[in-house]
Design a protein around this ligand. Structure first.
Ligand SMILES: [Zn+2]
Length: 392
């Protein structure tokens, strides 16, 4: 049985312990000590990392009565080692976990809305609430939670029997039997919890909700505390500053400005497409004048400057709307886009012609016997044009 130092001294970051057992977990060596300050994953809070002497602790597991340290180098039974936990990581977890107690208690006290589960992620944490939350209630709960944080209330640990616990106003029913560890936030919250917490609520710094959504008949609230709240603020600030600079508007005008820009761009796309269609007809008649004649068949094989794949297709369609035309158009871009098409009365297979070009110059594409499109061809435009002329 491991003596869990963090149960009574959550701010202990270095200690001495003796190796009592060694083993293996997923191919890595493990170590059990007689006592440890390392917190194992449980109750929504992730494990601690750190060092045992010169050995790195990669993960910490809770296995019944023992705490198992997954390490990067094997150790020997009987060795006494100094342990040091990664305090930046742990303190962050303490800020998030204590913040969760305060936030859950705020929802519970103000709106009788129970927390059904808690998860601490690497970026943000979530609590799931039994019932949905109106936006105004959410803001009220967050304000209440921050008020309690700024009042810098004492956070204390006590141990009680199950009988004693039954007579106490615990926020939620304890799941464990026997002796219970209670976390009390003075005059605000009392709940059974095995996690690590800051000594006073002031150390949480602040709590900010970044998202709230409906979840399984209730609500899922995403939140950040302490240093994470600052980091989150910086991310939002940088994103907003960047967007404000690009759009030349004030921050609160951003949603409208983006919507306006989207509508404008949609209108422009429509206009461009209409004009391209008109220009394609004009371009097609010019190309047809310079077509190569093979009996009745008029062959147009050209690379065109300033047209994208959609434009090439529009020109090709305009060309083959007439009788006796076979056409292969390339873009001047690199890699090359290509359209192969023919009039309904012509027997050439456009898809096969395209396939032959793709086989030789690479790229991908396909189509029907009367119209085929490809892109990503690599090669000199003159060579691709010559190959197309040979095929048509
Ligand atoms: Zn807890």
């Amino acid at each position: 049985m491991t003596d869990r130092i963090y149960y009574t001294e959550p701010s202990c970051r270095s200690f001495q312990g003796t190796v009592t057992r060694i083993g293996e977990h997923n191919g890595r060596p493990t170590v059990v000590l007689d006592r440890t300050a390392f917190y194992p994953t449980s109750g929504g809070q992730p494990f601690d990392t750190g060092r045992l002497g010169t050995v790195s602790v990669i993960e910490t597991l809770d296995e019944d009565e023992e705490i198992v340290h997954v390490v990067d180098t094997p150790m020997s039974v009987g060795v006494v080692v100094p342990g040091e936990i990664d305090w930046t990581r742990r303190f962050d977890h303490m800020q998030q976990h204590t913040g969760q107690h305060v936030l859950s208690a705020a929802f519970d006290r103000l709106f009788d809305n129970r927390t059904t589960s808690f998860h601490m992620g690497t970026e943000a944490s979530t609590v799931d609430l039994a019932r949905e939350v109106a936006q105004s209630d959410l803001e009220r709960a967050v304000e209440e939670a921050n008020r309690v944080i700024w009042e810098d209330r004492e956070v204390s640990i006590r141990f009680v029997s199950a009988d004693e616990a039954a007579r106490l106003p615990l926020r939620k029913e304890p799941v464990r039997e026997g002796t219970l560890r209670l976390i009390e936030i003075k005059d605000f919250d009392l709940s059974a919890c095995g996690g690590t917490h800051v000594h006073r609520t002031g150390a949480i710094g602040m709590i900010a909700v970044t998202n709230a959504e409906r979840f399984r008949g209730g609500a899922r609230i995403t939140f950040v505390c302490g240093a994470r709240a600052l980091r989150s603020f910086r991310q939002y600030r940088d994103a907003v500053t960047g967007a404000v600079r690009v759009l030349s508007v004030l921050p609160h005008e951003l949603p409208n400005a983006i919507e306006r820009a989207q509508l404008e761009s949609k209108d422009l796309r429509k206009t461009v497409s209409r004009l391209q269609g008109m220009l394609a007809v004009h371009e097609a008649s010019t190309l047809l004048e310079g077509a190569t004649l093979a009996g009745d068949l008029r062959i147009v094989v050209q690379a065109l400057e300033g047209w994208d794949a959609a434009g090439l297709k529009a020109i090709a369609a305009a060309l083959v709307s007439q009788k006796d035309v076979a056409v292969c158009l390339l873009s001047m871009s690199d890699p090359v886009a290509v359209v192969v098409a023919r009039s309904q009365n012509v027997v050439i297979d456009a898809a096969k012609t395209l396939r032959a070009l793709l086989d030789r110059f690479g790229g991908r594409g396909g189509g029907r016997p009367d119209l085929a499109q490809g892109a990503g061809l690599i090669g000199k435009v003159d060579e691709i044009l010559a190959a197309a002329r040979d095929r048509l």
